[in-house]
Design a binder for this molecule. Structure first.
Ligand code: ADP
Length: 446
């Protein structure tokens, strides 16, 4: 097992990884920018190294600085968390080449899954159902028109290298395709350095359902069932739950098995997530995330499995201890992503935290790096806390979430807590009748 892990991230996920390491008897190295000298992950880690100025490109994305920190502190592994360098195949390759373990899949697999066209291709081969669309990249607007006519409008033009909900254009009718195609390609080139785009059928009322897998690269792969992440704003998840309340048991077992089998077939190693849109009883693969996800705690709560520890064990070369027949769903879990943002305009709200009170009690978990007196820097993502609850069933978990939101205090900055309070009382949310587009209109009614 590793002796020392460098955590190449910040905020709540850096703390989450630190906690897993401590419980495994592993010491931790935090890296931080000059804007994060007082951050909780720096305070709690056994050692810390400043890797650059506030801008993420010069610090958390600075590969030479992170590698120097790992060498300097004699770390034998690096956990990238999510965001930043977590899905950067080049980073994973350089880490491997330096004889340091990368806690994630091989650089090769990250590269395939990072290219959505290649990912869809690989998944089709591995027996996973995908969204109908172009078979691979689309070169010209003329080709795009032919494909769109064949699959039928509306369609969505997507950047092969896109991510984080960016680089997508919905096209309702044939007359708009050429300009949308050209704009998508130009924007893809400007934002992701790659003009490659592809086309998919735009699904009108799907849910977003994703399956968590863990595989050890030695042919053992299991699934940890699914999460429903349909509540999205600007293609970003806001509130998630597990399991997906609209799947029956046979469907759940089936899609879980499809994903675990596919993970085994592609020799996947580490934790990963198969994301699907689910409409009219059909699953359509959209992408695979080759890293730990923000919403992983809800799966941990219902399966009672520490996903981050499993990632660490597997990266250290251990065979997987999990057996599919031992993994069962116990109860229901929700996660509210609490951002330091105005709850109606969603404008970021950095600044000093005056008071911070985390809710507690049975079935409540708060993953956050906040503390009273901490100043949220303006340079990074606005996620500041994840409020996670577990209950014996959906109703109990929902009551618990209402109760916990009522206890939570974050003052000094604006947060999205009021939006979550409104959501957990909404009849459509309670009755489960929404799709991935619903939250946009819900937000607009405030
Ligand atoms: P990203 O990598 O940027 O997260 P995804 O391909 O995972 O991109 O898509 C993100 C979100 O965009 C999905 O959760 C869904 O809300 C929407 N989306 C993507 N593809 C489609 C589609 N074919 N039809 C309808 N909505 C889609």
């Amino acid at each position: 097992m590793f002796k020392k892990v460098l955590i190449a991230n910040r905020g709540e996920i850096a703390l989450r990884i630190h906690r897993a390491c401590k419980e495994m008897g592993i010491s931790t190295v935090a890296v931080h920018s000059t804007a994060d000298s007082d951050a909780m992950h720096v305070r709690l880690a056994d050692e810390s190294v400043c890797i650059g100025p506030p801008s993420a490109t010069e610090s958390y994305l600075n590969i030479p600085a992170i590698l120097s920190a790992a060498t300097l502190t004699d770390a034998d592994a690096i956990h990238p968390g999510y965001g930043f360098l977590s899905e950067n195949a080049n980073f994973a390759r350089i880490v491997e080449e330096h004889g340091i373990a990368f806690i994630g899949p091989s650089s090769n697999l990250i590269a395939i899954m990072g290219d959505k066209v290649a990912a869809k291709e690989a998944m089709k081969k591995a027996g996973v159902p995908v969204v109908p669309g172009s078979d691979g990249a689309v070169a010209t607007a003329r080709d795009a028109s032919k494909i769109a006519a064949a699959i039928g409008y509306p369609v969505i033009v997507k950047a092969a290298s896109g991510g984080g909900g960016r680089g997508m254009k919905v096209v309702e009718r044939a007359g708009d395709l050429e300009s949308a195609f050209n704009l998508a390609a130009t924007e893809a080139k400007a934002n992701f350095g790659d003009a490659t785009v592809y086309i998919e059928k735009f699904l009108g009322q799907p849910r977003h359902v994703e399956v968590q897998v863990i595989a050890d690269g030695k042919g053992n792969a299991v699934h940890l069932f699914e999460r429903d992440c349909s509540l999205q704003r600007k293609h970003q998840k806001v509130l998630e739950e597990a399991p997906c309340p609209i799947l029956d048991e046979a469907t759940r077992q089936h899609i879980g098995k499809v994903c675990a089998d596919a993970a085994g077939r592609i020799d996947y190693l580490s934790a990963g997530t198969f994301e699907f849109l689910y409409e009219n009883g059909e699953f359509y693969f959209i992408e695979m995330n080759t890293r730990i996800q923000v919403e992983h705690p809800i799966t941990e709560m219902i399966c009672d499995i520490d996903i981050v520890s499993e990632m660490i064990r597997i990266a250290a070369g251990e065979e997987m201890s999990l057996r599919q027949q031992d993994i069962a769903i116990n109860g229901h879990a929700f996660e509210c992503r609490i951002n330091a943002e105005d709850p109606t305009t969603f404008a970021p709200s950095p600044g000093r935290i005056e008071e911070f009170h985390a809710p507690g009690g049975l079935g409540v978990r708060v993953d956050s790096a906040l503390y009273a007196g901490y100043s949220i820097p303006a340079y990074y993502d606005s996620l500041v806390a994840k409020l996670i609850v577990h209950g014996r069933d959906r109703d109990e978990a929902l009551m618990r979430m209402r109760r916990a939101l009522g206890e939570m205090v974050v003052s000094g900055v604006s947060t999205t807590i009021p939006l979550h309070k409104r959501l957990v009382d909404d009849p459509s949310f309670i009755a489960n009748t929404y799709d991935i587009h619903w939250l946009e209109s819900f937000v607009a009614t405030d």
